[in-house]
Design a binder for this molecule. Structure first.
Ligand SMILES: Cc1cc2nc3c(=O)[nH]c(=O)nc-3n(C[C@H](O)[C@H](O)[C@H](O)COP(=O)(O)O)c2cc1C
Length: 396
């Protein structure tokens, strides 16, 4: 079946490159529906795109004067699309996208979409590095929007820097990859992420510094790679792809209940959450008075959820994370054997927790492998490739 791509074109010098992109997509059997912003039409005419795509081009003119059907092209078009691709995306459009502004056809289509959105920025390098622009891009990425480029190089304005539109052929290669058979298709993956919080009394609690960045990155990436993902979500403020099933579990006991309940429905369990090892032996109802100079809290050890999950469900491929402050490999090996895990991902506590990037060592029964420091989003992809490979070996 042919895939339909909405190609959104914004106002920038690189708009002419979108014609070549449309041509490559058509040549490779995609249906392309071009939507142009008002500014885009200052750079290139709709007729060129119409000729290349063999489809009428939609602009604001059609948005407000639509004579056909229910007159709601912004909804109809996005319902029919398999992907929305914005190339080139202006700084202005990226800002509107991030703040939810819907003041023309293209912004409305993006807001009403039920498919993925890929944005290819193109702008002067100073405009690109403008802090609000970088913030917008970051925030969109956290909300599941994909980006291709921009690239470094000589720009139309004469600058040499970051902001060039990726070459049409490179954009096409990424689109082809996007539509190819996903690596984790048919796999059900259970992932826990974030910190837990254990009550001491009605006002106070014990928690930890886990941000959930690693766990949520793995969940988002697993979903992108085609897995059916259930996320057991502790405390985290990271953006989660809307296609992921989320079950909230804020403390150890809730995590334990949910994980045992969900484990049997999955092929793989990746335990990334920083689950409290201790909890208050008794939760004080009300608020403990601050009248003592020294207050002793009695804490009891919590159950080892990961170890027990593997014991209860021996066929489940279980992956644990080990954040250690010393003797990393020694403790990771110990964890692998003691808990009978299929894989352990070890990282150095102080260089990982709440950081945007990390270096990890992957251990399974047959190997030890270092993945050098890289952003957690990229690391998530690399980790999942290792898990998939090891899982397949186990299955065969
Ligand atoms: C000659 C010229 C070139 C421009 N090139 C770019 C560009 O490459 N990238 C960009 O973000 N804005 C560029 N702009 C500014 C945008 O066209 C402007 O922000 C416009 O409002 C974008 O509208 P749109 O986002 O609806 O397409 C350019 C403007 C002019 C006059």
């Amino acid at each position: 079946m042919k895939k339909t791509i909405i190609l959104g074109v914004c106002g920038g010098v690189a708009a002419y490159k979108a014609v070549e992109l449309a041509r490559i997509l058509i040549k490779n059997n995609f249906i392309v529906r071009v939507v142009m912003t008002k500014a885009a039409m200052k750079f290139i005419t709709p007729l060129t795109f119409q000729a290349v795509t063999n489809n009428p081009v939609l602009t604001d003119q059609e948005f407000w004067n639509n004579q056909s059907g229910n007159g709601m092209d912004h909804i109809n078009l996005s319902r029919d699309a398999d992907l929305i691709l914005i190339a080139p995306a202006s700084a202005n459009f990226i800002a509107k996208l991030n703040s939810g502004i819907c003041d023309d056809l293209l912004t409305n289509i993006c807001a009403a979409r039920s498919c993925d959105l890929i944005v290819c920025p193109a702008m002067n390098s100073f405009m690109y590095h403008n802090p609000p622009n970088l913030k917008n891009i970051d925030s969109l990425k956290n909300n599941g929007v994909f980006f291709i480029g921009p690239e470094l190089g000589i720009q139309a304005c004469g600058e040499n820097g970051m902001g060039r539109l990726s070459e049409p052929i490179s954009i096409f290669n990424e689109i082809e990859k996007y539509f190819s058979q996903p690596l984790l298709k048919n796999l059900k993956i259970l992932i826990s992420a974030g910190a837990t919080i254990e009550k001491i009394d009605d006002a106070r609690a014990i928690t930890n510094f886990s941000s959930g960045k690693m766990g949520v990155s793995i969940a988002n990436e697993a979903f992108q790679l085609g897995a059916d993902v259930t996320l057991v979500k502790g405390i985290t403020h990271q953006g989660i792809n809307p296609g992921i099933r989320i079950i909230e579990a804020r403390n150890h006991d809730d995590m334990e209940t949910v994980i045992y309940q969900e484990a049997k429905k999955n092929n793989i369990f990746i335990s990334v959450a920083a689950i409290s090892d201790y909890k208050a032996k008794q939760i004080f109802h009300g608020k403990i008075k601050k009248d003592k100079k020294l207050l002793t809290l009695e804490l009891e050890k919590t159950n080892d959820i990961l170890k027990n999950t593997k014991k209860k469900f021996p066929n489940l491929f279980c992956v644990g994370f080990a954040a250690e402050s010393n003797d990393l490999i020694h403790y990771a090996k110990q964890k692998l054997i003691e808990k009978n895990l299929d894989m352990v991902i070890a990282n150095e506590l102080n260089n990982t927790m709440d950081h945007d990037d990390a270096e990890v060592i992957i251990l399974d029964k047959s190997q030890e492998k270092i993945l050098p420091r890289m952003p957690k989003i990229k690391l998530a992809n690399n980790i999942l490739l290792e898990i998939q490979e090891s899982y397949q070996k186990n299955e065969n």
